[in-house]
Design a protein around this ligand. Sequence first.
Ligand SMILES: NC(=O)c1ccc[n+]([C@@H]2O[C@H](COP(=O)([O-])OP(=O)(O)OC[C@H]3O[C@@H](n4cnc5c(N)ncnc54)[C@H](OP(=O)(O)O)[C@@H]3O)[C@@H](O)[C@H]2O)c1
Length: 217
Amino acid sequence: MRIGILGSGLMGGKLGTIFARAGHDVVFSYSHDEKKLERLARDAGKNARAGTPSDAASESDVLLLAVHWSRVSDVLRQAGGVSGKVLITCALPMNTSDTRLVVAHTSSGAERLATKARGAKVVSAFGTVPSEVLFGVFARRRRKTRPSLLYCGNGDDAKKVVARLIRDVGFDPVDVGPLKSARFLEPFTLAIAHLAYEGRKGPEVAYRFEWYKGGGA
Ligand SMILES: NC(=O)c1ccc[n+]([C@@H]2O[C@H](COP(=O)([O-])OP(=O)(O)OC[C@H]3O[C@@H](n4cnc5c(N)ncnc54)[C@H](OP(=O)(O)O)[C@@H]3O)[C@@H](O)[C@H]2O)c1
Protein backbone atom coordinates (compact mmCIF):
# COMPACT_ATOMS: atom_id res chain seq x y z
CA MET A 1 0.00 0.00 0.00
CA ARG A 2 1.03 3.65 -0.38
CA ILE A 3 0.76 5.24 3.04
CA GLY A 4 1.12 8.92 3.96
CA ILE A 5 2.00 9.78 7.55
CA LEU A 6 0.43 13.05 8.73
CA GLY A 7 2.30 13.73 11.98
CA SER A 8 5.67 12.05 12.41
CA GLY A 9 6.01 12.05 16.20
CA LEU A 10 5.82 9.12 18.62
CA MET A 11 2.95 7.34 16.86
CA GLY A 12 3.50 8.45 13.26
CA GLY A 13 7.26 7.89 13.44
CA LYS A 14 6.96 4.36 14.81
CA LEU A 15 3.97 3.22 12.78
CA GLY A 16 5.40 4.68 9.56
CA THR A 17 8.68 2.85 10.19
CA ILE A 18 6.86 -0.43 10.80
CA PHE A 19 4.64 0.01 7.72
CA ALA A 20 7.76 0.62 5.59
CA ARG A 21 9.57 -2.39 7.08
CA ALA A 22 6.46 -4.49 6.43
CA GLY A 23 6.83 -3.61 2.72
CA HIS A 24 4.52 -0.61 2.23
CA ASP A 25 5.56 2.67 0.55
CA VAL A 26 5.60 5.41 3.18
CA VAL A 27 5.87 9.21 3.09
CA PHE A 28 6.67 10.83 6.47
CA SER A 29 5.31 14.35 6.83
CA TYR A 30 4.41 17.08 9.33
CA SER A 31 7.14 17.89 11.83
CA HIS A 32 8.78 21.13 12.95
CA ASP A 33 12.03 19.65 11.70
CA GLU A 34 12.50 18.51 8.08
CA LYS A 35 15.78 16.80 9.00
CA LYS A 36 13.89 14.60 11.44
CA LEU A 37 11.59 13.47 8.61
CA GLU A 38 14.63 12.61 6.48
CA ARG A 39 16.22 10.73 9.40
CA LEU A 40 13.02 8.77 9.99
CA ALA A 41 12.82 7.88 6.30
CA ARG A 42 16.46 6.75 6.25
CA ASP A 43 16.01 4.58 9.36
CA ALA A 44 12.79 3.06 8.00
CA GLY A 45 14.56 1.74 4.88
CA LYS A 46 14.20 1.84 1.14
CA ASN A 47 10.39 2.04 1.09
CA ALA A 48 10.23 5.33 2.99
CA ARG A 49 10.81 8.97 2.15
CA ALA A 50 10.22 12.42 3.62
CA GLY A 51 7.73 14.90 2.13
CA THR A 52 5.12 17.53 2.82
CA PRO A 53 1.58 16.75 3.97
CA SER A 54 0.51 17.58 0.42
CA ASP A 55 2.99 14.98 -0.98
CA ALA A 56 1.81 12.46 1.60
CA ALA A 57 -1.82 12.96 0.59
CA SER A 58 -1.36 13.08 -3.16
CA GLU A 59 0.98 10.06 -3.34
CA SER A 60 -0.92 7.73 -1.00
CA ASP A 61 -4.13 5.73 -0.84
CA VAL A 62 -4.02 5.43 2.94
CA LEU A 63 -3.25 8.26 5.40
CA LEU A 64 -2.40 7.95 9.08
CA LEU A 65 -3.46 11.00 11.09
CA ALA A 66 -1.16 11.10 14.12
CA VAL A 67 -1.20 14.65 15.45
CA HIS A 68 -2.54 16.25 18.60
CA TRP A 69 -6.24 17.05 18.26
CA SER A 70 -5.41 20.79 18.22
CA ARG A 71 -3.34 20.30 15.00
CA VAL A 72 -5.92 18.31 12.99
CA SER A 73 -7.33 21.26 11.02
CA ASP A 74 -3.86 22.58 10.23
CA VAL A 75 -2.49 19.28 8.95
CA LEU A 76 -5.63 18.60 6.88
CA ARG A 77 -5.40 22.08 5.35
CA GLN A 78 -1.76 21.42 4.41
CA ALA A 79 -2.62 17.97 3.07
CA GLY A 80 -5.20 19.40 0.65
CA GLY A 81 -7.72 16.94 -0.77
CA VAL A 82 -8.16 13.67 1.13
CA SER A 83 -11.37 12.64 -0.60
CA GLY A 84 -11.43 8.94 -1.51
CA LYS A 85 -8.52 8.10 0.81
CA VAL A 86 -8.65 5.71 3.73
CA LEU A 87 -7.93 8.05 6.64
CA ILE A 88 -6.82 6.22 9.78
CA THR A 89 -7.01 8.28 12.92
CA CYS A 90 -5.30 7.45 16.19
CA ALA A 91 -5.84 10.99 17.51
CA LEU A 92 -7.70 11.30 20.79
CA PRO A 93 -9.79 14.48 20.97
CA MET A 94 -7.97 15.96 23.99
CA ASN A 95 -7.75 19.53 25.25
CA THR A 96 -4.41 21.32 24.91
CA SER A 97 -3.30 20.30 28.42
CA ASP A 98 -4.22 16.64 27.69
CA THR A 99 -6.38 16.44 30.81
CA ARG A 100 -9.76 15.60 29.27
CA LEU A 101 -11.63 14.60 26.13
CA VAL A 102 -13.15 17.58 24.38
CA VAL A 103 -15.56 15.47 22.33
CA ALA A 104 -17.30 12.68 24.20
CA HIS A 105 -20.39 10.59 24.80
CA THR A 106 -22.77 11.99 22.15
CA SER A 107 -20.09 12.15 19.45
CA SER A 108 -16.41 11.36 19.01
CA GLY A 109 -13.23 12.79 17.53
CA ALA A 110 -13.41 10.23 14.73
CA GLU A 111 -16.93 11.32 13.75
CA ARG A 112 -15.94 15.01 13.88
CA LEU A 113 -12.97 14.18 11.69
CA ALA A 114 -15.23 12.52 9.14
CA THR A 115 -17.19 15.78 8.80
CA LYS A 116 -13.97 17.83 8.41
CA ALA A 117 -12.23 15.47 5.98
CA ARG A 118 -14.98 15.34 3.41
CA GLY A 119 -15.08 12.22 1.23
CA ALA A 120 -12.37 10.41 3.23
CA LYS A 121 -13.09 6.92 4.54
CA VAL A 122 -12.31 7.44 8.21
CA VAL A 123 -11.33 4.48 10.36
CA SER A 124 -10.33 4.84 14.01
CA ALA A 125 -7.39 2.52 14.82
CA PHE A 126 -4.07 2.28 16.65
CA GLY A 127 -5.29 4.72 19.32
CA THR A 128 -5.70 1.94 21.88
CA VAL A 129 -1.99 1.17 22.11
CA PRO A 130 0.85 3.13 23.75
CA SER A 131 3.53 3.93 21.15
CA GLU A 132 6.26 2.36 23.32
CA VAL A 133 4.98 -1.17 22.65
CA LEU A 134 4.76 -0.93 18.85
CA PHE A 135 8.28 -2.09 17.91
CA GLY A 136 8.11 -4.96 20.43
CA VAL A 137 4.77 -6.17 19.08
CA PHE A 138 6.11 -5.95 15.50
CA ALA A 139 9.18 -7.99 16.49
CA ARG A 140 6.93 -10.73 17.93
CA ARG A 141 4.31 -10.57 15.18
CA ARG A 142 4.62 -14.20 14.08
CA ARG A 143 3.46 -15.49 17.45
CA LYS A 144 0.12 -17.27 17.63
CA THR A 145 -1.19 -15.24 20.55
CA ARG A 146 -1.22 -11.58 19.70
CA PRO A 147 -2.56 -8.57 21.59
CA SER A 148 -5.87 -7.20 20.32
CA LEU A 149 -6.22 -3.85 18.63
CA LEU A 150 -9.66 -2.29 18.44
CA TYR A 151 -10.83 -0.38 15.38
CA CYS A 152 -14.09 1.01 14.01
CA GLY A 153 -15.34 2.63 10.81
CA ASN A 154 -18.15 2.68 8.29
CA GLY A 155 -16.83 1.36 4.97
CA ASP A 156 -16.15 -2.38 4.73
CA ASP A 157 -13.41 -1.93 2.12
CA ALA A 158 -11.62 0.71 4.20
CA LYS A 159 -11.89 -1.51 7.26
CA LYS A 160 -10.37 -4.46 5.36
CA VAL A 161 -7.38 -2.27 4.43
CA VAL A 162 -6.94 -1.18 8.05
CA ALA A 163 -7.33 -4.72 9.42
CA ARG A 164 -4.50 -5.82 7.14
CA LEU A 165 -2.26 -3.02 8.40
CA ILE A 166 -3.12 -3.90 12.00
CA ARG A 167 -2.02 -7.51 11.29
CA ASP A 168 1.15 -6.26 9.61
CA VAL A 169 2.04 -4.39 12.80
CA GLY A 170 1.50 -7.59 14.83
CA PHE A 171 -1.94 -7.23 16.44
CA ASP A 172 -5.20 -9.14 16.11
CA PRO A 173 -7.66 -6.63 14.63
CA VAL A 174 -10.93 -6.49 16.60
CA ASP A 175 -13.78 -4.75 14.77
CA VAL A 176 -15.93 -2.89 17.29
CA GLY A 177 -18.45 -1.67 14.71
CA PRO A 178 -19.35 1.54 12.87
CA LEU A 179 -17.55 4.85 13.26
CA LYS A 180 -19.98 5.94 15.97
CA SER A 181 -18.49 3.19 18.19
CA ALA A 182 -15.60 5.66 18.61
CA ARG A 183 -17.84 7.29 21.26
CA PHE A 184 -17.03 4.26 23.40
CA LEU A 185 -13.56 3.58 22.02
CA GLU A 186 -12.14 7.02 22.80
CA PRO A 187 -12.99 7.03 26.55
CA PHE A 188 -11.65 3.43 26.63
CA THR A 189 -8.46 4.65 24.98
CA LEU A 190 -8.12 7.26 27.68
CA ALA A 191 -8.47 4.49 30.28
CA ILE A 192 -5.69 2.51 28.51
CA ALA A 193 -3.43 5.58 28.61
CA HIS A 194 -4.25 6.00 32.29
CA LEU A 195 -3.37 2.33 32.99
CA ALA A 196 -0.20 2.60 30.91
CA TYR A 197 1.23 5.74 32.40
CA GLU A 198 -0.31 5.97 35.87
CA GLY A 199 -1.03 2.33 36.66
CA ARG A 200 1.56 -0.15 37.83
CA LYS A 201 2.15 -2.02 34.53
CA GLY A 202 3.63 0.87 32.59
CA PRO A 203 3.25 1.21 28.82
CA GLU A 204 3.58 -2.57 28.30
CA VAL A 205 -0.15 -2.86 28.97
CA ALA A 206 -1.84 -5.03 26.31
CA TYR A 207 -5.12 -6.93 26.23
CA ARG A 208 -7.12 -9.59 24.47
CA PHE A 209 -10.83 -9.49 23.71
CA GLU A 210 -12.17 -13.02 23.44
CA TRP A 211 -15.79 -11.86 23.55
CA TYR A 212 -15.52 -9.93 20.30
CA LYS A 213 -13.25 -12.51 18.71
CA GLY A 214 -15.82 -15.18 19.44
CA GLY A 215 -18.33 -13.28 17.28
CA GLY A 216 -20.09 -11.60 20.20
CA ALA A 217 -21.14 -14.87 21.84
N1 LIG B 1 1.97 8.52 21.97
C1 LIG B 1 1.11 7.53 22.20
O1 LIG B 1 1.43 6.52 22.85
C2 LIG B 1 -0.29 7.60 21.63
C3 LIG B 1 -1.10 6.47 21.73
C4 LIG B 1 -2.37 6.49 21.17
C5 LIG B 1 -2.83 7.62 20.52
N2 LIG B 1 -2.04 8.72 20.45
C6 LIG B 1 -2.57 9.91 19.75
O2 LIG B 1 -1.78 10.09 18.59
C7 LIG B 1 -1.68 11.47 18.27
C8 LIG B 1 -0.22 11.83 18.14
O3 LIG B 1 0.41 11.55 19.39
P1 LIG B 1 2.00 11.48 19.51
O4 LIG B 1 2.28 11.04 20.88
O5 LIG B 1 2.56 10.79 18.32
O6 LIG B 1 2.34 13.07 19.39
P2 LIG B 1 3.70 13.74 19.04
O7 LIG B 1 4.85 12.83 19.36
O8 LIG B 1 3.67 15.09 19.67
O9 LIG B 1 3.62 13.87 17.44
C9 LIG B 1 2.94 14.90 16.81
C10 LIG B 1 3.62 15.24 15.49
O10 LIG B 1 3.03 16.42 14.97
C11 LIG B 1 4.06 17.37 14.68
N3 LIG B 1 3.59 18.75 14.89
C12 LIG B 1 2.92 19.26 15.95
N4 LIG B 1 2.68 20.55 15.76
C13 LIG B 1 3.20 20.87 14.55
C14 LIG B 1 3.30 22.07 13.79
N5 LIG B 1 2.77 23.23 14.25
N6 LIG B 1 3.90 22.03 12.59
C15 LIG B 1 4.44 20.89 12.12
N7 LIG B 1 4.41 19.71 12.80
C16 LIG B 1 3.81 19.72 14.00
C17 LIG B 1 5.15 17.04 15.67
O11 LIG B 1 6.36 17.63 15.21
P3 LIG B 1 7.80 17.30 15.86
O12 LIG B 1 8.27 16.08 15.10
O13 LIG B 1 8.60 18.50 15.56
O14 LIG B 1 7.59 17.04 17.32
C18 LIG B 1 5.12 15.53 15.65
O15 LIG B 1 5.82 15.02 14.53
C19 LIG B 1 -2.38 12.23 19.42
O16 LIG B 1 -3.63 12.66 18.97
C20 LIG B 1 -2.52 11.20 20.52
O17 LIG B 1 -3.74 11.38 21.24
C21 LIG B 1 -0.78 8.74 20.99
